[in-house]
Ligand binder design. Structure first.
Ligand code: MRU
Length: 373
């Protein structure tokens, strides 16, 4: 996507220096800083500390991490034990997003097919680059499949603005291009449909007000930042036509984990008869589980993310303490929206209902893969 006229992705492989580079998302929207990932430790740090974040991007970063571990191995011979243990360290960086395990395992298995160090390192890089391109195309398709949902509402409203609420950042910064939840929005906007986005600020790290608002603004999409608690009120007053969110892990029965607070939006949407869609590439499905509440691991992050708020002060990025210094804080980073509250999934293969049979009929190959395990 374009930032001030320049094509940008949140991660790329610089061919000249042969270094993986990322946008450091911790300082957006106020500073656009680029970081190099030179080691597995750098890669783990980037994922853990949310230099990079968002399920598909975490997957792509983990995928490059496998290549980076081989560069670091520094021609010690193709050592399987070393590679597998570095992959485990990468997968331990964050627990909820399925894409991390998927991305690391996919590159690991491509690398393990090669016995020689030189061919192994090439296979790892090729596979990581392939993942990046595939995820970009998947997000483009999510945009195309999601477009008719917005188009239909726009027609019913005689071209009046379609008001879409989204939570967290499931935009191109969280993916590679277009985003998941934002892909249908960008596609609608590019097709001259009048859209307006309610952007939940998304405490504690404000991925909505910092990242989604920045992205939408750079693309020229009309948007308004609201507090996380405003959604129910604006839904009751007819100010929301549609909710679209992303997800970090979705079970094959349709329970979807996403940034904390998503579940409450789904409840409010159901109470107000507003369609609630979850947009995701197939890399985010966990084909092995059905019960999201029991089986999706929910990350608990550093309570200081709740206690301190970061922003721009006199040209400098500063953090300030909000609650009393002695108060405890608990930072549950995700919640699970049960399938019964989801109107449908928007995937790279089309739109389906949030039910196991419907999901599996879009992805029959995954059922087969599972049975073959
Ligand atoms: O903690 P984060 O910022 O990694 O959480 C990200 C989200 O919850 C996104 O909504 C999710 O990854 C979907 S991304 C397309």
């Amino acid at each position: 996507m374009k930032v001030d006229g320049k094509d940008m992705r949140p991660i790329w492989f610089d061919m000249a220096s042969e270094i993986v580079q990322v946008i450091d998302q911790r300082f957006l929207p106020h500073k656009l800083i680029i970081e190099d990932l030179n080691s597995v430790d750098d890669t783990i740090h980037a994922i853990k500390e949310m230099v990079v974040r968002g399920a598909p991007l975490i997957g792509a970063t983990g995928a490059f991490g496998v290549y980076i571990s081989l560069v670091q191995e520094n021609n010690k011979g193709a050592n399987n034990e070393y590679l597998v243990s570095e992959c485990k360290r990468l997968k331990d960086a964050r627990p909820t997003a399925m894409n991390l395990f998927w991305g690391v395992d996919r590159v690991l298995s491509a690398a393990l097919k090669q016995d020689k160090y030189e061919t192994r390192i090439k296979a790892a890089l090729d596979e990581a680059l392939k993942i990046v391109e595939e995820e970009a195309i998947n997000c483009q398709k999510i945009g195309e499949y999601g477009l008719p949902i917005i188009e239909e509402i726009s027609k019913k409203k005689n071209g009046e603005s379609v008001n879409i609420l989204t939570h967290c950042n499931a935009g191109w910064l969280a993916c590679i291009e277009y985003g998941t939840a934002t892909a249908p929005i960008y596609t609608a906007f590019d097709n001259n449909i009048n859209v307006h986005v309610w952007v939940d600020e998304t405490r504690p790290l404000n991925q909505g007000s910092r990242l989604t608002a920045w992205e939408l603004g750079k693309h020229g999409v009309n948007h308004t930042v609201i507090t996380d608690n405003a959604g129910g009120h604006i839904m009751q007053h007819g100010m929301v036509d549609l909710v679209i969110v992303g997800t970090d892990r979705t079970t094959r029965a349709g329970d979807a984990a996403n940034k904390i607070g998503t579940y409450l939006k789904a409840l409010a949407a159901r109470d107000n008869n507003i369609p609630f869609y979850v947009a995701l590439p197939s890399s985010t499905f966990d084909w092995d589980i059905t019960d999201g509440i029991a089986d999706i691991p929910i990350e608990e992050r550093d309570p200081d993310e709740i206690r301190y708020v970061q922003g721009l002060c006199n040209g400098k990025i500063e953090k300030v303490l909000v609650p009393p210094e002695t108060s405890n804080a608990a930072n549950h980073a995700f919640d699970v929206t049960p399938a019964r509250l989801v109107t449908g999934f928007i995937t790279e293969r089309g739109v389906c209902r949030a039910a196991e049979a419907d999901i599996m009929s879009l992805f029959p190959d995954k059922k087969k893969e599972k049975n073959e395990k």
